[in-house]
Design a protein around this ligand. Structure first.
Ligand code: FES
Length: 85
């Protein structure tokens, strides 16, 4: 069964073993990337999860964090879009 980002996030929320919730400090447990580090990479111009990994000098391993990174990137874009209006 292939999981969408939405399903994966819901699944992770249920188990609370990963970073789907905002209260969890780490977004990427494999590489030890914290939420603030992801936000810093996004603020520095990362527009894809691969660029977040590159900014941290690592690469995706299990890729379970990619959905949340995409959501964070999308939220930042939305915020900037509204701020520009
Ligand atoms: S949690 Fe990020 S690569 Fe596994």
């Amino acid at each position: 069964m292939q999981m969408s980002c939405k399903n994966l996030t819901a699944s992770l929320d249920e188990n609370d073993t990963h970073s789907a919730g905002r209260s969890v400090l780490y977004v990427c447990n494999c590489n030890g990337i914290r939420e603030r580090e992801v936000r810093a990479a996004i603020d520095a111009g990362a527009s894809r999860p691969a660029e977040v990994f590159r900014a941290r000098g690592c690469q995706a391993q299990c890729a379970k964090c990619v959905c949340e990174m995409r959501q964070m990137i999308a939220e930042t874009r939305e915020t900037l879009r509204y701020a520009a209006e």
